[in-house]
Design a protein around this ligand. Structure first.
Ligand code: TAP
Length: 477
């Protein structure tokens, strides 16, 4: 550890069991990769957190070979009831080391500790518990009496929910009898490497799970590897399209979970205070760096003024600051690059004539922070109404009739999620049938459950993760 300065306070570094160096996890062992090590930063300070080994093409080859061997010799032939025991063990270990993982996730990602503690970590554990239950019941999943695994699954994941996205990729793959090579995002590799420790602790046979940190190049090498049978990607639409082109004609099975520009629709009969809470949570949860964030508020004209007044008062109460403080509502943006993207798009919104309002909560002097921001007078043609900002920025549009609300909500190339706020159950169902979105929440937002399939339409991708439908991506049906 000598020669390395820890940026976070010593007590949080101790809770997170932070090491100065992290190594890749391949074939059941931690090893140095052939790539150039990267430095992961604490976005709340901009200072280094740890040095991380990265993979080169040679490491991708080694990891895929290890995964293939494990698939053929141990994991593939293992009865489902045995696989289930490992998944249950992993789920319990996530719970047991939950505090450590929550602090580590907050340090590496910048998200508020209360979100890491109450949402990311328990939801990741729940995903393993849920899929442990499937491992010996696949014959009852509706895909025939003996659905077979595909082989080696590659997972490439983003930085917004590092451990949860890992769980979404690894839990169903293992439950169905596949082995995995996972590439975490360059800016948030730490929880995935600690997950390697959990695999060791659970006694998982070597090669069943492999974690290769590195840049997008490692992701590209992994998905293109000829011995990979299945690819599951979550991230930007641009990279998703590139992967789809790479995989065309290879016969590899692919699922893509990409961007979004979700509408949160508030009708004039909605319980307003409840709707305001949902709208605020919908866009400011995880600093708005959520693919299904409710980044467009569509409010019925007759209640727009009242709702906006309540909204601004509520946003003004949000505390922006140190992500490790339990009272913080809005933490740090994950990277300087992401902060620059948000800043550019907000400048574009102002230049195009939208009215900007930002919270007056002071921002910390260092680190990557952005004030919760609400744009009024937004037109559908503006960039802030069309492009995924992936930051704490809400664009407000109004509508007169329910039909107009649906038309505006669907006026996007994306189709991942939507929200509807109304007192009338019939109106919620009417809207849900017309919204082109994989998930429609009624009188709530950003709720996740491992039993519910999640995924998009159009440029938000295809395939589902979670529930019975999510198993299909990992089975030869
Ligand atoms: P991406 O570039 O899509 O990154 C997602 C993952 O793919 C990361 O692990 C990344 O590695 C890897 N990757 C990059 N290029 C690749 C390639 N050619 N082949 C295979 N894998 C590759 O997202 P980003 O740059 O982190 O964020 C850019 C924008 O994407 C954001 O502003 C946001 O709009 C959107 N985004 C959406 C989501 C979701 S959940 N829909 C999540 C994150 C970002 P590196 O980490 O090394 O780049």
């Amino acid at each position: 550890m000598s020669g390395w300065e820890y940026a976070p306070a010593p007590e949080s570094a101790a809770v997170a069991n932070l090491h100065a160096r992290y190594r890749m996890f391949v074939d059941g062992e931690f090893t140095d990769g052939d790539g150039t090590p990267l430095t992961t930063l604490n976005p709340a300070t901009g200072e280094p957190l740890a040095e991380v080994a990265t993979a080169a093409q040679s490491d991708v080859d080694t990891a895929v070979r290890a995964a293939r061997r494990a698939f053929e010799r141990t994991w593939g032939p293992m009865p489902g009831a045995e696989r289930a025991k490992y998944l249950f063990r992993i789920a319990r270990l996530i719970q047991e080391r939950g505090r450590e993982l929550a602090v580590l996730e907050t340090l590496d990602n910048g998200k508020p500790i209360k979100e890491a503690r109450d949402s990311d970590i328990p939801t990741a554990a729940a995903h393993f518990f849920h899929h442990a239950g499937w491992a010996d019941k696949l014959g009852y999943a509706g895909y025939g009496p003996e659905p077979r695994p595909l082989g080696v699954a590659a997972g490439v994941i983003p930085w917004n929910f590092p451990l949860l996205m890992l769980a979404w990729k690894i839990a169903p793959a293992l439950a169905c009898g596949n082995t995995v090579v996972l590439k975490p995002a360059e800016t948030t590799p730490l929880s995935a490497l600690v997950f390697g420790e959990l695999c060791q602790e659970a006694g998982l046979p070597p090669g069943v799970v492999n974690v290769l940190p590195g840049s997008g190049d490692v992701g590209a090498q992994l998905v293109a590897h000829p011995d990979v049978d299945k690819v599951a990607f979550t991230g930007s639409t641009a990279v998703g399209k590139e992967i789809q082109r790479t995989l065309a004609g290879t016969g590899k099975k692919l699922t893509l979970e990409l961007g979004g520009k979700a509408a949160n629709i508030v009708f004039d009969d909605a319980p307003l205070d409840q709707a305001v809470e949902g709208v605020v949570g919908g866009i400011f949860f995880n600093q708005g760096q959520v693919c299904c964030a409710g980044s467009r508020l569509l409010v019925q004209e007759s209640i727009a003024e009242e709702l906006l007044g309540k909204l601004r008062s509520r946003v003004e109460l949000l505390r922006v600051g140190d992500p490790l403080d339990k009272n913080t509502d809005v933490g740090a943006i994950n990277s300087a690059e992401q902060l620059a993207r948000i800043t550019d798009l907000v400048a574009a919104g102002e230049a195009e004539g939208a009215t900007r309002w930002s919270s007056s909560c002071p921002l910390p002097e260092r680190g990557f922070f952005f004030s919760p921001t609400v744009f009024g007078d937004v037109q559908q043609s503006m960039r802030v109404a069309r492009e995924e900002i992936f930051g704490p920025v809400l664009s407000v549009l109004t509508f007169r009739t329910p039909d107009e609300a649906i038309a505006k909500a669907n006026n996007t190339p994306y189709g991942l999620s939507a929200g509807v706020w109304t007192e009338k159950g019939s109106r919620a169902l009417w809207a849900a049938q017309r919204l082109r979105a994989g998930v429609v929440w009624a009188n709530t937002f950003n709720r996740f459950d491992p039993t519910a399939p999640f995924g998009g339409y159009r440029e938000s991708g295809f395939g589902r993760e979670g529930g019975r439908a999510g198993l299909e991506a990992y089975l030869d049906v």
